[in-house]
Design a binder for this molecule. Sequence first.
Ligand SMILES: CC(C)(COP(=O)(O)OP(=O)(O)OC[C@H]1O[C@@H](n2cnc3c(N)ncnc32)[C@H](O)[C@@H]1OP(=O)(O)O)[C@@H](O)C(=O)NCCC(=O)NCCS
Length: 168
Amino acid sequence: MITFRLEAAGEAGLIYDLVHQTFGQEAEAILVEDLCKDGDALISIVALDDDIIVGHILFSDIPVGTSKNLLRGAALAPLSVSAAHKDEGIGGGLIMQGLRECRKHGVQVVLVLGDPDYYGRFDFSSSLADELDSPYQGDSFLALELEPGVLEGITGNVLYPNAFKKLD
Ligand SMILES: CC(C)(COP(=O)(O)OP(=O)(O)OC[C@H]1O[C@@H](n2cnc3c(N)ncnc32)[C@H](O)[C@@H]1OP(=O)(O)O)[C@@H](O)C(=O)NCCC(=O)NCCS
């Protein structure tokens, strides 16, 4: 049975290995490591099959400066599900658990760079992100309002943590 919970102490190495294997390269695993090291990580959730970590999601603090005010944002990245457990709803479960935690932390906007078809299932939209200036502008740059209407009629600027620069 698959369960979800916040990352526990001592699991960083297991998460590194999972992310590395899932993406087939180290860049995203290093991203997780750097975000945690730099103090930018906000929420880290694992999916467990019995006691084995088979999925992981990270949300980082990402301030969104807007024409009206400064919004509390979270960047969803990366999301990893072990190849052996694809299409079992684990990715979706991690996203839903993560959004629940984001709400508890007072996050107003969540941003992700990802497939619009996949993240659209969770109401992420590229049109919501259209007026937000970021290094990742385009169809895959998606936003979700956790506070309804918070992005309406504003222009803004997304300040990605330094760790993301290594991905460029
Ligand atoms: C993308 C990923 C997180 C999905 O996890 P998952 O647990 O298999 O996803 P779920 O079980 O929640 O959802 C499966 C559904 O999403 C669809 N889906 C999976 N990846 C998709 C993508 N990139 N684009 C569109 N749809 C996708 C599947 O076809 C499936 O559709 P169905 O419900 O109609 O059968 C996982 O495949 C993965 O870790 N991939 C490698 C790393 C990656 O690309 N991460 C995301 C970017 S940060």
